[in-house]
Write a protein that binds this ligand. Structure first.
Ligand SMILES: *Cc1c(COP(=O)(O)O)cnc(C)c1O
Length: 426
């Protein structure tokens, strides 16, 4: 677009050297058209583009930036750690502190292992679950995204849904066949799967609040049913809290709903914007991970001191006051969007849990992937362009939850709601 000449030019250069001009597909803005905004820098709740435009950020690096960008305590921790050496490939006290701190937030984590991305965390948790149960089948839910490992790229929501690719090329059928996809929030389908194949199922992996088909909350009792069925049939429950972890509460969705899964995966916020993730859970299960046991998993940069320092500094800021503030901001935005859609006469529903929110362009409720995929994505694209033109950086896909950060002001929310009204009218 001509109002973003620098981004346009950078995107042309990028497209010559990177597939689609990006290092992760959804950034390419394909679902909403046009060229992506190139970011020069960010501060608090603001992104500043390469074109010099300022945006209120509702992507927040797809979740990690819960404090907003450039929080002084996090930046200082990174600076200090970097001065002492970037990576040693040997244990440090920082990793111990970090694991202890996480365990304080997540009582279900008897033991945990640090990795460098959410994809690695889920991939490793699945391997551990298979190794522990000596079974191969994984249950996942349609529209849930758990990173891009082979066995999890089956009916995997957002990025894939956005591009209309149901499964990835390059994933062997023999591997995809070991993944059993079920509809989210469907207790009967889950019971039936266990009745039929209970002895083959190693684990159920799920997003305890889905963000990767847009924000879809679990129905009352659904998560407990997952845990109970697993226990009954000798399978393991894996809560993929890469997105919800430290976002819905310091202890994630499991704290919010008072649940204790067998295994948990974390990422995004726990790294404070650096590449850091983790998986962990029951002591007897994690005790089969190398060097203690036969499940191999390793990483040159795992527990990297700079990343762990950013994570520790971020975790230290996760106060009750922060979550109260996020809840208030979220409630105001939800109410404002809902009223805006109603006044515009646009069929829509707003779904929110804490600081995760989606404006679906269809009547609600959206309970699963079939519902979500019935949204009017053309209308979403028009609305998104309107928001962007008004300085609001919203996730460029109907199927991605937006995130609020603690650096947002009340005035930011008011401006965002006004932009929503104008964009719905367009
Ligand atoms: C982002 C995400 C992942 C993948 O994490 P990466 O760090 O992008 O590999 C896995 N699971 C969920 C629920 C996510 O939101």
């Amino acid at each position: 677009m001509s109002d973003r000449p620098v981004s346009q030019a950078l995107f042309a250069r990028a497209s010559a050297v990177l597939p689609g001009g990006v290092n992760s597909p959804v950034r390419a803005f394909r679902a909403v058209g046009g060229a992506p905004v190139f970011i020069a820098r960010a501060n608090k709740a603001r992104l500043i583009s390469a074109d010099g435009a300022e945006y209120i950020d509702f992507v927040n690096s797809w979740g990690p930036a819960i404090l907003g960008h450039g929080h002084p305590a996090v930046v200082e921790a990174v600076r200090e750690a970097a001065t002492g050496g970037l990576s040693f490939g040997a244990p440090t006290e920082l990793e111990v502190l970090f694991a202890e701190r996480l365990r304080g937030f997540y009582p279900s984590l008897d033991k945990l292992r640090c990795v460098s991305s959410g994809t690695e965390a889920t991939m490793s948790a699945i391997r551990v679950a298979r190794g522990f149960t000596r079974r191969d089948v994984i249950v996942k839910f349609e529209g849930c995204y758990h990173g891009h490992a082979d066995h999890l790229l089956v009916k995997a929501g957002s990025g894939l849904a956005t591009f209309g690719v149901p499964d990835s090329a390059g994933v062997p059928e023999a591997i995809a066949r070991l993944t059993l996809p079920l509809p989210y929030n469907d207790a009967d389908a889950l019971r039936e799967a266990f009745a039929n194949r209970g002895k083959e199922i190693a684990a159920i992996i799920l997003e305890p609040v889905v963000g990767n088909m847009g924000c879809v909350p679990p129905e009352p009792g659904f998560l407990q049913l997952v845990i109970d069925l697993c226990r009954e049939h000798g399978a393991l429950s894996i809560f993929d809290e890469v997105m919800t972890g430290c976002r819905l509460a310091p202890g994630g969705a499991q704290e919010r709903f008072g649940l204790r899964p067998d295994l948990t995966t974390l990422g995004k916020i726990i790294g404070g914007g650096m590449p850091l993730a983790a998986y962990g859970g029951r002591d007897d299960v994690m005790s089969i991970v190398a060097p203690l046991g036969p499940v191999y998993q390793a990483g040159t940069l795992s527990g990297n001191p700079v990343a762990v320092s950013a994570g520790l500094a971020t975790l230290a800021q996760l106060t009750p006051a922060l979550y109260e503030r996020l809840e208030a901001l979220g409630a105001a935005l939800e109410e404002g969007f809902r009223a805006a859609a109603r006044d515009a006469g646009v069929p829509a529903c707003v779904q929110r849990v804490g600081s995760m929110i989606t404006l679906f362009f269809r009547e609600g409720p959206v309970r699963n992937w079939t519902d979500a995929s019935g949204s009017d994505t053309k209308r979403f694209a028009t609305w998104h362009a309107g928001m962007l033109a008004r300085g609001i950086y919203w996730p460029p896909s109907q199927y991605e939850a937006a995130f609020l950060c603690g650096a947002l002001t009340d005035a930011d929310i008011t401006r965002t709601i006004q932009a929503c009204r104008e964009s719905l009218a367009a």
